[in-house]
Design a protein around this ligand. Structure first.
Ligand SMILES: [Zn+2]
Length: 105
């Protein structure tokens, strides 16, 4: 599955770019980075499609948390990582919902 090049969250435009190699500020390697200042999600190019999609979903969760303006005193970085990892996992395993179908019932 191809990743979207851009998407909107609460009306805000986010971009998705594939990059050669990603490194956190502390020097550790990572598969994705969510830059909330520029609203750009960076995903490592050399992942297999499943890893790439999972990395995108993880970063998308960070973007959603950012746009939801959740109080940072209530959600520290470690908890946010756990949530993003868990939600990305849920979305990649048998997640299926057709919102329009539900609307039309
Ligand atoms: Zn993360």
């Amino acid at each position: 599955m191809e990743l979207p090049k851009q998407f909107r969250l609460k009306g805000k435009l986010w971009k998705v770019v594939l990059v050669k190699q990603l490194v956190h500020e502390d020097g550790t390697k990572c598969y994705g980075i969510c830059d909330t200042d520029t609203r750009v999600i960076h995903i490592e190019k050399n992942l297999n499609p499943a890893e790439r999609f999972n990395a995108f979903l993880h970063e998308l969760c960070h973007a959603m948390i950012h746009e939801a303006h959740i109080d940072e005193t209530l959600l520290d970085g470690k908890i946010e990582e756990i949530l993003c990892e868990a939600f990305a996992d849920i979305f990649t395993h048998d997640f299926d919902i057709n919102l329009m179908e539900k609307f039309n019932e």
